[in-house]
Design a binder for this molecule. Structure first.
Ligand code: NAP
Length: 283
């Protein structure tokens, strides 16, 4: 079997185009505040990409760049001011933060109604209970990809490798809401292959290059590769050994061009939703 490729770039382009159209219909352009602390090179790239994507969609970006030595109080004061600024629809604090700043506390200080990253404990609670609130962008993007290929997860066995707060855990809740049977696995899981070889949908969110090998995949499974790593030659690669996996899987996301583009598309989507709510155009 040669797996069909899930083209995340194409799906993300469609979502971004739809978002841009909806933004143009608003009374006031949405605004997203992006706060970065320090000089982490990867964060710089992510922030630059997010700002560029905002501009393309007609969303105003407000960039706040604070020094590495910034105190927790200074950052919290910035967030407080943005919380009270009626022209701001979304607030995003780029992680990781320097060690003197408690990330958990910072995320909790963002107004949940402006928490377009979906990391606030209130939105996390909503995700687990009623299912409303802002959904974290990467897991929400994965659900969009499955929908785009017409794959109904209801009744399917979804196996997720990785239990981070930004990918694995929220994705498990979204899968559960969509009536999948979910197995969460992690670094302490005994006999991981036992679960992965039974997966109709296998999601790898580990951060280890080519960790998932072809013999871990069930024939015809949908394989979603969240990982962003460098291989031994410094080339970008995912958590799945894609070339070998293609011979077994039914569908597979490439790296790059799979899950990655969806994360930014969903951030723009969440910012639009926030602006629509704040302008009284949706509940
Ligand atoms: P993370 O916070 O580092 O979590 C990694 C998870 O993998 C942990 O739950 C860990 O288990 C599990 N794990 C590690 N080794 C394992 C093993 N041998 N067997 C089974 N599970 C194992 O990672 P993350 O933030 O979720 O990110 C994961 C990857 O996705 C990274 O490559 C990251 O760059 C990428 N990512 C991409 C996007 C995107 O937009 N494309 C977004 C977010 C993340 P324990 O909990 O037991 O330690």
């Amino acid at each position: 079997m040669t797996a069909r490729i899930i083209d995340g770039k194409a799906v993300a382009t469609q979502i971004r185009a739809r978002t841009k159209e909806a933004v143009a219909k608003l009374k006031r352009a949405p605004a997203l505040a992006v706060i970065m602390v320090g000089e982490n090179p990867a964060s710089r790239v992510y922030v630059r990409n997010k700002i560029r994507a905002c501009n393309e969609a007609g969303i105003i970006s407000i960039e706040r760049h604070l020094p590495d030595t910034c105190s927790e109080e200074t950052l919290l004061a910035q967030i407080e001011a943005l919380n009270h600024d009626d022209t701001v629809d979304g607030i995003l604090v780029q992680l990781p933060l320097p060690p003197q700043i408690r990330s958990g506390l910072v995320l909790e200080k963002i107004d949940p109604d402006k928490d377009v990253d979906g990391f606030h404990i209130y939105n996390t609670g909503k995700l687990v209970t009623t299912g409303g609130g802002f959904k974290p962008c990467t897991p929400a993007g994965i659900m969009e990809l499955l929908q785009a290929i017409g794959y109904d997860v209801e009744g399917k066995h979804a196996v997720i490798i990785g239990r981070s707060n930004i990918v694995g855990k929220p994705l498990s809740m979204l899968m559960l809401q969509a009536n999948a049977t979910v197995t969460m696995t992690h670094s302490h899981t005994a006999d991981l292959r036992r679960y992965t070889t039974d997966a109709d949908i296998l999601v790898a969110a580990i951060g280890k290059p080519k960790f998932v090998t072809a013999d871990m995949i069930k024939e015809g499974a949908v394989v979603i590769d969240v990982g962003v790593n460098r291989d031994e030659n410094g080339k970008l690669c995912g958590d799945v050994d894609t070339e070998a996996a293609k011979e077994v899987a039914g569908w597979i996301t490439p790296v790059p061009g799979g899950v990655g583009p969806m994360t930014i598309a969903m951030l723009l989507h969440n910012t639009l939703i926030s602006a629509q709510k704040r302008q009284g155009l949706s509940d």
